[in-house]
Design a protein around this ligand. Structure first.
Ligand SMILES: [Zn+2]
Length: 404
């Protein structure tokens, strides 16, 4: 049976990509709630009722059970009953279909079957004949569909569903499209992250992970950092937390400290915890900081980000968050520590290359940690996240059990 549903017109804001567009390699991550919404069903009662009594029955019903499941059609013509239910519901094969409608009563938790029988028996539509329609239990999706496509799928499988504009479980499709359009040369920046990762591994000072941070307003690479957890300082100590993303965030921080915005009444500019630019002592400290930062960057990047140092100002509004709405490109899916650091820094979007099935914090799909840190309702910041689909031979080593 062909399902004819005309209530989906929500796709107009979705970005249409050319066949050859590199953006087709970007696979948006599904949020944890989206994944849960896609699989959870709930048992509900349904009964066939005479269509001429539908309005009376519906208003009587509203008096005894709460209205819920608003993403599902309350009254459904037999021709719209999905194929898998046709036999079970004993749907009449041909017209006159309009004589009956299937009423989605409510979740079985909201009323007992006995009480529902009694309710039906007292309705004028059935009290005269003394027979009540068969009460049937079916499983339907418990939460709203997140896209028109999902509503269509559910309508064909469970029960006619309604897709309302928006996405209660993740970013609105138009936000995803808009953010996708705003990505600055993702193909080259993911490549830079991978090359930085390869350099880190080759140097022996870190594992093969790389991170690049880009300012979408200027297109500038603000930081490119390789993992450095194996690097020893003069005392022979290494820092196991020197992950690529943490180092890249730190580089952005150093840049911003180098051009701090706090101005005293005497026009002196604060650069570091109460130290001001015009104080002689401060300028020495700043130079040290900036030089140190420059050196780190030089050894971690392969030229694209070289020549940029902490003294270069950008014109972003100083809102107190280090990476507000910046774009982050990672060779690998970050660990929980780096994922939370990106979140707290308020990045705008993240693209990563290789999924880290055992340790990655961004994916919510089955088979991993299923944390979906990029978009969770209990966290006070969310960002859009994609995985860059590697072409043949482009896949990087995944270091399965390691935190990236
Ligand atoms: Zn990490």
């Amino acid at each position: 049976m062909q399902i004819r549903l005309q209530f989906f017109d929500e796709e107009e804001e979705i970005l249409l990509l050319d066949k050859d567009s590199p953006l087709r390699n970007l696979v948006p991550l599904r949020t944890l709630q989206e994944i849960r919404a896609a699989i959870e069903t709930i048992d509900v009662f349904t009964v066939p009722i005479p269509s001429r009594s539908a309005n009376v029955i519906l208003s009587s019903l509203r008096a005894i059970v709460p209205t819920s499941l608003q993403h599902l059609r309350r009254l459904v013509k037999p021709c719209y009953i999905p194929d898998p239910l046709v036999d079970f519901l004993a749907v009449p094969p041909t017209p006159p279909e309009e004589n009956i409608l299937y009423l989605l009563v409510c979740p079985v938790a909201d009323i007992s079957e006995d009480n529902l029988s009694n309710f039906l028996r007292e309705l004028p539509a059935f009290s005269t004949t003394g027979t009540i329609p068969r009460i049937m239990t079916i499983a339907v999706p418990s939460s709203q569909p997140i896209s028109a496509a999902q509503a269509t799928e559910w309508s064909a499988k469970y029960w006619p569903a309604v897709y309302k504009r928006g996405n209660p479980y993740g970013p609105h499709p138009s936000l995803v499209s808009q953010t996708l359009r705003g990505l600055v040369d993702p193909e080259n920046h993911i490549l830079l992250a991978k090359r930085t990762a390869a350099k880190a591994a080759f140097s022996g000072e870190g594992l093969g992970f790389g991170a690049v941070i880009v300012d979408p307003q200027t297109g500038q690479v603000l930081a490119a950092a390789g993992d450095a957890r194996l690097r020893c300082n003069e005392k022979g100590w290494s820092n196991p937390l020197d992950h690529a993303a943490m180092r890249a965030i730190d580089m952005v921080a150093q840049r911003r400290l180098g051009r701090a915005q706090n101005v005293r009444p005497d026009n002196k500019v604060e650069v570091w915890d109460g130290i001001y630019l015009e104080d002689e002592e401060a300028s020495g400290k700043i130079v040290t900081k900036v030089n140190g930062n420059s050196n780190i960057k030089k050894e971690d990047t392969d030229g694209d980000a070289n020549g940029e140092n902490g003294k270069e100002a950008d014109d972003r509004r100083d809102d107190g968050y280090l990476c507000h709405n910046l774009q982050v490109y990672l060779s690998h899916e970050p660990c929980v520590m780096c994922g939370m650091a990106l979140l707290h820094s308020r990045v705008g979007s993240v693209v990563f290359g290789t999924r880290m099935t055992r340790t990655g914090a961004l994916n919510a799909e089955a088979g991993g940690k299923q944390m979906g840190l990029f978009w969770r309702p209990e966290l006070n910041w969310k960002f859009i996240c994609w995985q860059w689909r590697a072409g043949p031979g482009e896949e990087m080593e995944s270091h399965e059990n390691v935190d990236a």
